[in-house]
Design a protein around this ligand. Structure first.
Ligand code: TPP
Ligand code: MG
Length: 254
């Protein structure tokens, strides 16, 4: 096939999701947020939920998520997304309501909101982007920062004696009666992206079926905060993050 034929719309096998608009993204090269946004857009379109979905965006690098996906959004104060999502879903039970949160947002300032929304079994989806760092504010240590991992506030690496243990908050959420799905995914390879999309869809289906809270954690990179090239960050994540935050389902109630 000639190049001119390949780029004809009828021959395209890969295209930008319909729900993603033309706004140029502000994310750094190699950032996981953009890919995760794309998956959310695809799942919403695949499920025909374009007019039914309400996203609650966080404080953190994804604060502008509402600039990229053409669905309804509410911007939450730092960490408060699960509380807002609870209210929105209760008032609009026919809607698909999800939060989009970083590790600082979800596992530090918003720990209480996250745990209690999940423990109440709110029929929402929590998308949790765990890049082990406060990306937006310059790469400070987050609750999920690994032992020995250097950040702006622990330049010699996280010291357990001083800073405590990295928090496996998804494991904690899986213990709660209110969660029906807690899964850990990543988007660093095509295979991982496909698996992640499947689980994201399952989470959205659970919320629409009123099964309780679904949590989809994305073990992610932050090339800028980690001070690595995107390629090195992916390799570092596989070698260091995956052993501590293993991918797979922590809980999946059928
Ligand atoms: C109440 C409040 N406290 C602190 C901040 C500063 N702040 C902005 S983003 C952020 C950390 C975000 O980190 P994370 O949730 O991991 O998201 P990432 O940027 O890594 O995607 C902090 C502490 C704020 N905006 N509001
Ligand atoms: Mg983060």
């Amino acid at each position: 096939m000639e190049l001119n034929d390949i780029i004809k719309p009828e021959n395209l096998v890969y295209e930008k999701p319909r729900l993603m608009n033309e706004n140029p993204m502000h994310y750094c090269p190699g950032c996981s947020h953009g890919v995760i946004h794309k998956l959310i857009a695809e799942v919403i379109a695949d499920m025909g939920l374009e007019d039914k979905t309400i996203g609650i965006s966080p404080v953190g690098c994804a604060v502008f998520a509402y600039n990229y996906l053409d669905i309804d959004w509410i911007e939450a104060a730092h960490g408060r997304a699960p509380a807002i999502a609870s209210a929105v879903k209760r008032l609009n039970p026919e809607k698909m309501v999800f939060t989009y949160q970083g590790d600082g947002d979800l596992a530090a300032i918003g720990t209480a909101e996250t745990i209690h929304a999940a423990n109440r079994g709110e029929n929402i989806v929590i998308v949790f982007v765990n890049n082990a760092i406060y990306g937006m504010t310059g790469g400070q240590m987050a609750p999920t920062t690994l032992e020995g991992m250097p950040t702006a506030t622990c330049p010699y690496g996280r010291n357990i004696a001083l800073n405590g243990y990295p928090l496996k908050i998804s494991d904690l959420l899986a213990q709660l009666e209110g969660t029906c799905l807690v899964t850990r995914q990543s988007v660093q390879t095509a295979v991982a992206v496909r698996k992640a999309k499947k689980m994201l869809r399952k989470a959205f289906e659970n919320a629409m079926a009123g099964k309780g809270t679904s949590v989809v954690e994305f073990v992610s990179t932050c090339s800028s905060g980690w001070k690595m090239t995107p390629e090195k960050a992916n390799k570092w994540m596989e070698a260091n993050m995956f052993p501590f935050y293993p991918l797979g389902d922590l809980k999946n109630v059928e």
